[in-house]
Design a protein around this ligand. Structure first.
Ligand SMILES: [Cu+2]
Length: 230
């Protein structure tokens, strides 16, 4: 039977997390802090932290997740899932939407579909998928497909915890506006502290993305009152 894992969506950040509390039979709670520099206040940028075992395979537990199309936005805007997970994309608006990604290694296009309908896709290969709608350029999201189920989201102060079985791990802090930053960690029992991870977003430059044909969106596709370009 497939495990259906809990998912929490903080309303402000719009982040989806695959597994916030993977409880090991034995092991330790790893605690840490992510420092972020260069991020504007009240930004909707998401931070994800995940741990990959350095010895042996990570016990990934794929699940089913949802990225909803609502008010011409993808919600959550960032979704982190273990490889093999299925993501559904229900259209809750009263207009047509599309879902596509040009990201390698597996670009995809779910086509155009009407209000009230949904499509889904299995994300088998770990990668960062930048997801868009071919009609509405303001619709932009990221699906982070990871080779592990040890995934969490730091709180507003940057603090996080991961429950890990014994072993050696690479812990990674990720944001869509920074290069990922990693630290190695030995886990035995009790509690362990991860060295602080610093994400530098100061060099991020937001650029308009292309449509599914690799071309610019027509100027008429932008709503100057509310559209943001990514
Ligand atoms: Cu759309």
């Amino acid at each position: 039977m497939k495990l259906k894992m809990k998912r929490r969506i903080p309303a402000l950040l719009g982040i989806g997390i695959a597994c916030l509390s993977c409880q090991p039979a034995t092991g330790a709670t790893a605690s840490g802090h992510v420092r972020t520099v260069g991020r504007p206040e009240r930004s909707v940028v998401a931070t994800i932290v995940f741990a990959e075992p350095l010895e042996g395979q990570s016990p990934t537990r794929p699940g089913r997740y949802t990225m909803t199309q609502r008010n011409k936005m993808f919600m959550p805007r960032v979704l982190a899932v273990p490889a093999g997970s299925t993501v559904g994309f229900p259209n809750e608006d009263l207009i047509f939407h599309n879902v596509f990604s040009l990201s390698r290694p597996s670009p995809f296009d779910l086509g155009l579909y009407r209000a009230g309908s949904s499509k889904e896709r299995i994300f088998s290969e770990p990668a960062t998928y930048h997801v868009f709608c071919n009609i509405h350029p303001q619709m932009a999201a990221v699906i982070l497909v990871l080779p592990t189920s040890y995934i969490t989201e730091p709180d507003a102060a940057g603090a996080y915890r991961l429950d890990l079985p014994p072993g050696r791990y690479r812990v990674t802090a990720w944001s869509e506006r920074s290069q990922p930053v990693t630290a190695e960690l030995n886990v035995s029992s009790g509690s362990v502290t991860v060295p602080e991870l610093t994400l530098d977003e100061s060099r991020f430059v937001g650029l308009p993305h292309k449509n599914k044909y690799g071309q610019d969106y027509p100027k008429t596709a932008y709503d100057p009152l509310r559209d943001r370009k990514f």
